[in-house]
Design a protein around this ligand. Sequence first.
Ligand code: GRF
Length: 204
Amino acid sequence: MRIAVMASGTGSNLQVLLDTVHGRDGITVAGVASDKPGALALERAAAAGVPTRVFPRADFADRRARDAAIADWLDELGVGLVVLAGYMAILDGAFIARFAGRIVNVHPSLLPAFTGLHAVQQAVDYGVKVFGVTVHFVDEGVDTGPVILQDSIVLENAVDADAVLAALRPLEHRLLPEAVRLVAAGAVRADAGVPRRMLIRRDP
Ligand code: GRF
């Protein structure tokens, strides 16, 4: 399966995908798209020999036009799965419809708690004791799509969001590649009775 990664920032999750998924089990990272011209993620992709393209919002009439251009490029690349790895822009509904059921995102909270921006800060401010990471399919809502994998850690005295995010990094870096492998292998399917509930098939 050919996959694309979309990233706006440092791209540590992209790096793990390049290091542990790209070129294995029939999975190729075929391209990396970003909305941010200077994103470190683009350098990581280039260093791995993966094609990159930047789609700055200012180059397009509106978000819909920008996202249509991204979708056209992903189709040219023959991409079957789109991975949002720190892609910080909201995607247009037409983009999501075009790749329906084929977009996954990694989010630093135990969804459905703490959607949207600054999820870890929201959790710290709420005073929760269990923090976590969710990999989920993307639907038209913000962090509302079907959950694929989650993992958690207990932090009883979390006061600093940056420290919590650092503690969550290893979970993200394990969970996202695992979810991509499972989806690419066809091991994630919707429960017939409750379609938003994903069932995972683990090979023995
Ligand atoms: C991660 O914390 C992810 O959960 C969120 O954006 C961040 C991306 O980090 N969606 P990186 O660019 O992969 O280092």
